[in-house]
Design a protein around this ligand. Structure first.
Ligand code: PFF
Length: 448
């Protein structure tokens, strides 16, 4: 493949940049709140370690041995049923679908950075009004920021792996670490920090439902950007001699640490002002702004830092969603990077516009199917069905359709015999079954 390769550090940063996103800073804290705190966190940590790391190893393995675009890699590495596996490679369209509305949400965050400089809502009602007005009637603002994200992401991808993806991650990831550290140190100084620690790390197993376990598995997948050809695509540009076992552990540890730190920051601030953790978008866009207000002058600084941190995390994830299809067009159809990047970006941009319009009261009836708007449909289909489905394809592929001896040659020197056997057991049988349960549960076909 002609594309330039990452440096070792650049690869880890890019993979972490993809993994650390809205899923860590926004989704992890609210699902932790919803599913009972400590017990959920414990299950999540176990799933991230056993499922997350093992699937990450699988994706790095495909990229390292395949060295091409994700679709070709499935086709080339399959020892049988090549035609089917070529089709499976089209999971790379999933991140492009996710990117359409992810870009709209990053747009809201950019808008909130600007708002936080001007004022903060003094009550939850005011905060709710501001967010609902943006969401349901302010087409202009949403379109403006969505366009900004589109241009930004496209420009970075246009510059390629080394000068685009690696460079932006080398700038934004350290900045994100600095901002989160500042927010974390501040929250340690707030009295409610101990309450947040107790909430997140003191497991009350009576609160642990089977749904919580299933949600934890889904979250581990989403947060590590697995099952969508993203890590596979990045891994095709792995530098020679990369230890994929150590890299998987490192990526998972950093991603999990960011989620835990973000959770501690958010719960400390919420508990300190006696606020509730609301579900979904409400946590970041409704509860937190009014909590920041309660912190007085310090609140505006906290708000700006917080939204800048999520924006950085979101942008590095967004670029990772664009690269798999861009690389596919380049390597299979010999498109120039420019042409491929522009085509894929226009696709997600237009789908994103339709998604944002589906939340606007005047357009909503036209963009509703079965009582659900397009925005919610895209999120539901992509993150709750297609992502776990992509995960199943990856593990079944490495477990049953790739050359076993070649896999052993890669893994045994890195992990030893016993761990390699455990890995085979997990990817062949346990993880596919767990993911089937996730899909059945999330689609409501089977409720646990
Ligand atoms: N891992 C990202 C996060 O936690 O926000 C989410 C994500 C990245 C989802 C890339 C999908 C994707 F294609």
């Amino acid at each position: 493949m002609s594309t330039a390769r990452f440096s070792k550090f650049g690869f880890i940063l890019a993979a972490v940049g993809s993994a650390v996103g809205l899923g860590n800073i926004w989704k992890f804290p609210y699902v932790t709140g919803e599913y009972g705190g400590g017990a959920f966190v414990l299950v999540y940590l176990i799933t991230a370690l056993f499922i997350g790391v093992f699937v990450l190893i699988s994706e790095l393995l495909i990229g390292k041995l395949g060295r091409s675009d994700a679709v070709s890699m499935f086709e080339n590495l399959a020892t049988k049923n090549k035609k089917f596996w070529k089709l499976a490679g089209f999971v790379i369209v999933v991140p492009l679908i996710i990117l359409s509305y992810y870009s709209v949400v990053i747009g809201w965050i950019l808008h909130y950075i600007v708002l936080s400089f001007q004022f903060l809502p003094s009550t939850v009602e005011e905060s709710k009004n501001i967010f609902m007005t943006l969401l349901t009637s302010d087409v202009k603002t949403q379109l403006f920021y969505h366009t900004l994200v589109f241009l930004l992401v496209m420009t970075i991808i246009l510059r390629g792996v080394k000068d685009g993806i690696e460079k932006i991650n080398k700038i934004l990831m350290p900045l994100l670490a600095v901002i989160l550290s500042i927010l974390f140190i501040y929250s340690i100084s707030v009295e409610s920090f101990s309450k947040a620690v107790y909430f997140m790390f003191n497991p009350d197993f009576t609160k642990l439902t089977s749904t919580a376990i299933i949600v934890a598995i889904g979250q581990a997948f989403y947060t590590l950007s697995l099952g969508m050809g993203i890590i596979i695509t990045y891994a095709a540009s792995l530098p020679k001699g990369t230890n994929i076992f150590k890299s998987s552990l490192l990526i998972t540890i950093i991603d999990t640490t960011v989620a835990l730190v973000a959770g501690l920051i958010i719960f400390t601030l919420l508990f300190d002002k006696g606020a509730e953790s609301t579900k979904g978008a409400g946590l970041v866009f409704i509860s937190l702004p009014s909590v920041f207000y309660e912190f007085g002058d310090m609140g505006s600084i906290l708000a700006v830092l917080f939204f800048v941190a999520i924006a950085f995390a979101g942008i590095t994830s967004a670029i990772s969603m664009l690269e798999p299809t861009v690389l596919y067009l380049i390597s299979r159809f010999h498109y120039s990077r420019k042409k491929a990047a522009v085509i894929c970006s226009i696709f997600f941009y237009i789908l994103g516009i339709a998604a944002l319009l589906s939340n606007i009261t005047d357009y909503a009836p036209m963009l509703k199917i079965g009582g659900k708007g397009l925005f919610d449909w895209l999120d539901f289909v992509a993150s709750t069905i297609l992502v776990p489905l992509g995960g199943i394809l990856v593990v079944v592929f490495v477990g049953h359709f790739m050359d076993e001896s070649e896999i052993r040659k890669e893994l045994v020197p890195l992990m030893g015999n016993l761990l390699t056997e455990i890995w085979f057991l997990m990817v062949r049988y346990i993880i596919p079954c767990a993911l089937i349960v996730v899909i059945l549960n999330e689609t409501g076909l089977l409720k646990f």
